[in-house]
Design a protein around this ligand. Structure first.
Ligand SMILES: [Fe+2]
Ligand SMILES: [Fe+2]
Length: 195
């Protein structure tokens, strides 16, 4: 396990910044991410840290989140600047870098893309994306099915996750960033590839 002191520091940070409910969600996502990393040969320490911190900016005032999004050096699509629920992923990536001094680009990108996904997601990014959907506190219609799929195949679970996300966003009439389609297409292509 990574330096316990560091984990303690990260936990103290999010405990201060998040409601009790979201703090619990964060710890649950960290645990789910470690489980996925163990199953699929990912880095368990990075999975725990990225899972723990993925929502660290979620309860910041929206204007502060937007300021971080606008000044971010990361790739940000204009659609993401129009969707408040997407700010926290970009803002969170900036915060872990600036306030928590995390330099690992894989962790930063896993946090940055945990909402919208992107092309060529690293294993860590896939793990965090999925852990956020199957964590213990999650309670939506198909959560059991998603947990089962996640235990069987990382790629199939990612495919199902993006299929659901795009369908759900389209039904609500929401804008969908191109990176989400890229992710969907990559996993869909894998599902169609001949054995
Ligand atoms: Fe989030
Ligand atoms: Fe989350």
């Amino acid at each position: 396990m990574t330096d316990k002191k560091l984990i303690g520091k990260y936990k103290t940070y999010i405990k201060e910044k998040l409601s009790k409910k979201r703090y619990t969600h964060s710890v649950n996502v960290a645990n789910a991410a470690v489980e996925l990393a163990r199953r699929y040969g990912g880095d368990e320490d990075k999975a725990y840290i990225a899972g723990l911190l993925h929502d660290c900016a979620k309860e910041m005032p929206v204007e502060e989140q937007l300021a971080l999004v606008k000044h971010s050096q990361l790739d940000v699509h204009e659609i993401e600047i129009k969707a408040v629920p997407l700010y926290h992923a970009i803002a969170g990536a900036e915060i872990v870098r600036a306030a928590l001094e995390i330099k690992d680009p894989e962790i930063i990108l896993a946090i940055r893309y945990h909402t919208v996904g992107c092309a060529n997601m690293s294993k860590l990014s896939q793990i965090v994306y999925l852990a956020d959907l199957i964590s213990e506190d999650r309670d939506y219609k198909d959560v059991k099915k998603m947990r089962k799929t996640a235990a069987q195949s990382l790629e199939r679970a990612m495919f199902e996750a993006f299929r659901f996300s795009i369908k759900d966003s389209a039904e609500k009439g929401n804008l969908i960033p191109p990176s989400t389609f890229s992710a969907y297409n990559e996993f869909a292509a894998l599902m169609k590839a001949p054995e």
